[in-house]
Write a protein that binds this ligand. Structure first.
Ligand code: EMZ
Length: 386
């Protein structure tokens, strides 16, 4: 039987044979690019593979029917992309500061200690979601109590249990952000909203719509991805208690372990681009105005780059994965995500001796012919303390 923490690679054969695959998405088909070299090449070539398409169209599944706001800097190309990104680049590096890390350690320790008092608990709702939400208050630099509201929204901002794309649900986030922007105008502080309100591009203040675009991305981009990462990590440690021991005895390997786990789990399967002119990828013709996707999850199992790609190797040295994307659009939240992951691994290793999986329901995405496990809808576990 396959282990709960095993994530097989559904793309392997097609990646080798063809390198690409067609998938329908709401009648706006997508050519998935599956090899690491191609994914990188296209990620760099924004002239031919644009992110500045109709808002929502570079996301797979497409969000064009549920939103009009452009997410910034995600849905822009250089040179404009660079100007907006520069406004927030330093802010998004704050997670590397020791004070930020210390605050994160406190959040994570509290959540683990609470979990240790329970007979069993459900990881997605009762561990990963609160962890992600509370950590996000640090990134925004606002009081931790704000997380209570966000936790009520559930795992994904644009998707719900009932529908893959849920406009009503998105409206909750949109209204919330509108309100927060008004509040920051009335009462400036040292949070991300105020930073954006004071920021200028080409000598002009950002519009409220642009600020909203940055904030939506901040809320949506690091939500289900972090939650998947956290949940999958707990499943992995449950089935590999030796890894917990090793992290306890050799905390300095934590950074490397984070990279290997994120490569293996690839919490975000792919991101799209819209093709601006007729072109070719792996000898395959792609028409102007059609969509491609850069399949990070497939690229991260490319055997021409990663030795034994389907194995989690805590000592992997060469690991040029693209789980956080590649090139000028590479994940802005990656410093925050990596810090969460590292802190989580070390805190678990210090406090938890073993994790028992009681019950699990896998979350399987369907992309045309591919079925990809991305995480869990539900994971019931028990922590055994040290
Ligand atoms: C978009 C995307 C960004 C999209 C880096 O990924 O994350 C998805 O979860 C959202 O649905 O709108 O923000």
């Amino acid at each position: 039987m396959m282990k709960k923490s095993e994530f097989s690679d559904p793309f392997q054969k097609v990646r080798l044979d063809q390198g690409h695959s067609q998938v329908n998405d709401q009648n706006d088909p997508v050519t998935m690019l599956l090899r690491l070299a191609d994914v990188r090449k296209c990620a760099k070539n924004w002239q031919t593979f644009t992110s500045a398409a109709q808002p929502g169209r570079i996301v797979v599944p497409s969000e064009v029917n549920i939103r009009e706001v452009r997410q910034i800097p995600f849905e822009l190309d250089p040179p404009l992309h660079t100007k907006y990104r520069d406004l927030v680049e330093e802010w998004f590096k704050r997670p590397q500061h020791p004070e930020y890390e210390a605050q994160l350690v406190a959040i994570v320790n509290t959540i683990i200690e609470q979990a240790l008092t329970k007979e069993r608990f459900e990881v997605v709702e009762d561990f990963a979601l609160p962890l992600q939400s509370k950590a996000l208050t640090l990134l925004l630099n606002i009081p931790q109590a704000a997380a209570d509201t966000w936790i009520k929204w559930g795992v994904h901002v644009f998707r719900s249990e009932e529908t893959a794309l849920d406009g009503d649900k998105a409206a909750i986030l949109y209204d919330y952000i509108d309100e927060q922007i008004e509040q920051a105008i009335a009462t400036p502080s040292d949070d991300l909203y105020t930073l954006l309100l004071n920021a200028e591009v080409d000598g002009k203040k950002l519009t409220k719509e642009e600020i909203k675009g940055v904030m939506i991305l901040t809320f949506a981009g690091g939500r289900d991805t972090i939650i998947n990462y956290v949940t999958n990590t707990l499943a992995y440690l449950a089935e590999h208690p030796a890894a917990l021991e090793r992290l306890k005895n050799e905390p300095k390997i934590a950074g490397r372990v984070v990279e290997e786990l994120v490569r293996y789990f690839s919490p975000l399967t792919h991101i799209g681009r819209v093709v601006t002119e007729d072109t070719h990828v792996c000898e395959h013709a792609i028409k102007a105005d059609s969509r491609v996707s850069l399949c990070w999850a497939s690229a991260n199992r490319d055997a021409s780059v990663f030795k034994e790609p389907n194995k989690i190797d805590l000592d992997r040295k060469r690991n040029p994965h693209v789980a956080f994307g590649f090139g000028h659009h590479k994940c802005l939240g990656a410093h925050h995500a990596r810090q969460i992951m590292k802190v989580l691994l070390l805190a678990l290793a210090n406090k938890v001796r073993a994790i028992e999986i009681q019950d699990a329901k896998e979350n399987i995405e369907e992309w045309g012919q591919f079925e990809r496990k991305v995480g869990f809808d539900r994971l019931e576990v028990r922590f055994l303390g040290r």
